[in-house]
Write a protein that binds this ligand. Structure first.
Ligand code: GLN
Ligand code: ZN
Length: 770
């Protein structure tokens, strides 16, 4: 029995890589210093895994930005727009890499970045490869070889990790029509073969090829390509042991293909798909030479492994295939969890009671090693103590009063269909709302946040450090809110917002006030490039001890006779952007959050707020990877939203907001959410996203975003009128609102004011024309 790891976090336990890259970008450190910081992180990760006792340690899991971008550079898939930077400007490799990731505007060059998108259902974003019809590939940069040699120099025979060739193609995008990217495999495979041969020549015996696309719904064509490609690799690089890794879902209908590939080891994500172990063991696996890598330690979440459960899996596998062909591993790369729980020193925040239930990356590799010891009888005494401690920790988690709140559980169990529905259908509510709100045609509003200027953020920092008292901080927030209300009145916006100045982040702000949430101090996870996020940890039953937003919303409303919209984050988004407890279904946790938000909605209504927005930007990204699981998710996710929104009278108008989502395949579910108004990001697609709503004959009101908030560029009145005309061509005018794409927190005030003035004028122009 052996242990291995699929990948270790690359940002460094103190976010060293973030700091070094950002300093390099602003010219504060040299390329040499950046490389030194990176090699320090790699070395630290390798030595840590070695001393912990991992048998096969990954290399090339490091990246300056993203492993898919690294793959594009490896195989020379560098889009045409960067060629001048390479040949004319002679940009060094590291600058080319960052130019592709972030764009390049310097010395007369102006080249846009490559697109970025979410890596499967994680919050990690990769750089999308771009392919053309006559795409060619060549070995441009063998980073895997460099890292292998670097580890070798430290005495570590590492396992290079590569994005597998088929997943690499499938994760990319065709930049012109007339071909299918997966057919480029003929041109791509020789480059992979060359890379693998070079690795073998340098002494590598194992290589991990990540093919997570095997977890998706593939067709026969793709499955056939998998068979051909892996046979070809086996023939052309004989003797190199390939570990084929897929994760995040079951192999599903791709399982037979996966099992038939001539690879050394097949990795299984037994956290996301525990059932597939029995399926595999019931095949002819006992008589095949295939090794199985059992991904029993959750690489996606921060909970301590349950040793008893994992040992059952391991023993079940050993009983069929024997110990020699079993590997123990995390379920996927540890990229998706924070580095080190030991770095959490503040016991006031992360109390020992909760901390004992957690494991970050460093703790998880120890778990992998301990599981092997327990299963194979090595290091008996220490392993037995570890097992007892583990059993104890789980026992006390199961019964802990910190987690379990019977009142919350009872309330969830008692929810009725009526609780998940407004009193009347939209057609009826609409009449009451129009009478109560007296809004013009094409009402204008914004999505919630106004600029979080450096000053606003500095107040929060000073409050934390004790340099401002709570009263001083509150006064500053009150002044900023007042100014924003005054200014919105002057511009003539119809439904005002308070500006969200008091909020650090749309999930953290609520998590900090809800029971059942805890925050780490240093639990950073890479989101993209140098950007890291620190997701809240939902450890227990969620409840709301007190109103969370009433104070600032009421304050804003007290300043004006105009309508002020209350602003909340929805249950699905709070769930999606947190580390969620794994001792009950996600749907249950989501429903608990929904009840807390529902109470807040009712409190806002009681305080006289007539329009309330419940943001759900993450509802689409929560969709399961396999289509057969969509219906179940959508059922509970939509229900959670409806529970949160349905405690109010017909005349109270509920808004929701979503961004950067495609709606085509889920439009009926969006409609079933039954928000009175939905605002969506739309401007970048030139209103195309509205087509799904038009085709569905979406009955409620819609605010298609009329300008992109990601750029400081001020859109003109005519541009926005033109976009709204496109909207009016497919959606009746009475249903339409006018608003930006999303919140304005990342913008500055000058462009925000200028753009919203143009937007209000656009709405006025539209009204005249009706
Ligand atoms: N109300 C939030 C804001 O305006 C919405 C943010 C989002 O959609 N991501 O900032
Ligand atoms: Zn948004």
């Amino acid at each position: 029995m052996q242990t291995h790891n699929l990948g270790y976090p690359r940002i460094g336990s103190q976010r060293e890589l973030k700091k070094a890259s950002e300093q390099f970008w602003t010219g504060k450190i040299s390329e040499q210093q950046l490389h030194e910081a990176a090699s320090h992180i790699r070395k630290g990760n390798w030595l840590l895994q070695q001393t912990t006792g991992i048998d096969l340690i990954p290399c090339n899991d490091f990246s300056y930005y993203d492993q898919v971008l690294d793959t594009s550079l490896m195989v020379g898939a560098i889009p045409a727009r960067y060629q001048a930077l390479i040949h004319e400007k002679q940009l060094p490799h590291i600058d080319l890499l960052f130019a592709m990731a972030r764009g390049y505007q310097k010395d007369g060059y102006d080249v846009t970045a490559m697109e970025m998108t979410k890596w499967f259902d994680t919050n990690y974003h990769y750089i999308v490869p771009e392919f053309t019809a006559n795409q060619t590939f060549y070995l441009h940069h063998n980073k895997a070889l460099a890292e292998f040699n670097e580890a070798k120099a430290l005495g570590i025979a590492a396992k290079p990790v590569l994005v597998g060739p088929i997943s690499y193609l499938l994760l990319g995008k065709e930049k012109e029509s007339g071909f299918q990217r997966v057919d480029l495999i003929q041109q791509l495979l020789p480059v992979y073969i060359e890379v693998l041969q070079q690795l073998q020549a340098a002494g590598a015996t194992f290589v991990q090829l990540d093919e997570p696309c095997l977890a998706l719904n593939l067709g026969d064509k793709e499955r056939k390509i998998y068979t051909e490609v892996y046979n070809s690799i086996q023939q052309q690089v004989p003797g190199l042991h390939i570990i084929l890794a897929s994760y995040f879902e079951c192999y599903g209908e791709n399982l037979d293909t996966a099992l038939s590939l001539p690879v050394h080891t097949l990795h299984l994500d037994l956290v996301r798909c525990p059932a597939q172990l029995s399926d595999i063991l019931s095949t002819n696996i006992a008589n095949s030479p295939l090794h199985l890598s059992l991904g029993v330690v959750d690489g996606r979440n921060i909970w301590k492994n349950n040793f008893e459960t994992s040992l059952q899996f391991i023993q079940q596998a050993v009983a069929t295939v024997g110990t020699d062909r079993i590997w123990i591993a995390p379920s996927c790369s540890l990229l998706h969890v924070p580095c080190d729980l030991d770095a959490e020193k503040n016991e006031q925040v992360l109390t020992p009671g909760i901390k004992q239930w957690l494991a970050f990356a460093k703790q998880k590799i120890q778990e992998v090693v301990t599981l092997k010891q327990l299963a194979s009888g090595e290091n008996k005494e220490a392993a037995a103590i570890a097992l007892q401690n583990n059993i104890q920790a789980h026992k006390n988690r199961q019964t802990s009063s910190l987690i379990h709140n019977p009142a919350v559980k009872q309330r969830v169990a008692a929810i009725t269909e009526k609780d998940a529905s407004r009193n009347n259908v939209f057609a009826t509510r609409k009449i009451q709302q129009h009478a109560a709100l007296q809004l013009p045609l094409f009402p204008t509003t914004t999505i919630g946040s106004f600029p979080q200027t450096p000053e606003v953020r500095s107040w929060r920092a000073k409050l934390k450090k004790g340099e401002l008292t709570q009263a001083q901080y509150d006064q500053l927030i009150a002044d900023e809110t007042t100014a924003s209300i005054r200014w919105q009145e002057e511009v003539g916006i119809d439904v005002l917002v308070h500006g969200e100045f008091e909020r650090n982040d749309m999930v953290e702000y609520f998590g900090e006030q809800l029971n059942g949430f805890v925050f780490s101090q240093n639990g950073w996870v890479q989101s993209y490039g140098s950007r890291c996020v620190k997701p809240p940890i939902i450890y227990g039953d969620v409840s709301r001890p007190a109103a969370m937003t009433v104070r600032w919303t009421s304050f804003a409303q007290s300043l004006t006779s105009q309508l002020v919209k209350g602003m909340l984050t929805g249950p699905v988004t709070i769930l999606q952007w947190s580390f969620v407890r794994n001792d009950q279904p996600r749907s249950e946790t989501c429903t608990q959050i929904a009840l807390a938000i529902r109470d807040e909605v009712v409190d806002l209504e009681d305080a006289g707020i007539k329009v309330i927005q419940i943001d759900e930007p993450a509802i689409r990204e929560g969709l399961p990877l396999r289509k057969e699981n969509w219906a179940t998710y959508l059922q509970w996710a939509v229900r959670a939203f409806r529970i949160s929104a349905s405690g109010v009278a017909d005349a109270t108008q509920i808004h929701t907001h979503m961004c950067y989502s495609e709606f085509n395949d889920i439009i009926e579910h969006i409609a079933h959410m039954d928000a009175d108004v939905i605002t969506i990001e739309c401007s970048r697609s030139q209103m195309e996203l509205l087509d799904a709503f038009a085709e569905f004959k979406y009955p409620n009101e819609i605010g298609p975003g009329v300008y992109d908030i990601h750029s400081p560029r001020v859109p003109s009145q005519q541009e926005m009128v033109a976009l709204m005309h496109k909207a009016q061509a497919v959606i009746p005018a009475e249903q339409l609102w006018v608003n930006p794409d999303c919140g304005l927190k990342t913008r500055g005030w000058p462009e925000t004011k200028a753009a919203l003035e143009e937007m209000v004028n656009a709405a006025k122009e539209l009204r005249l024309a009706v």
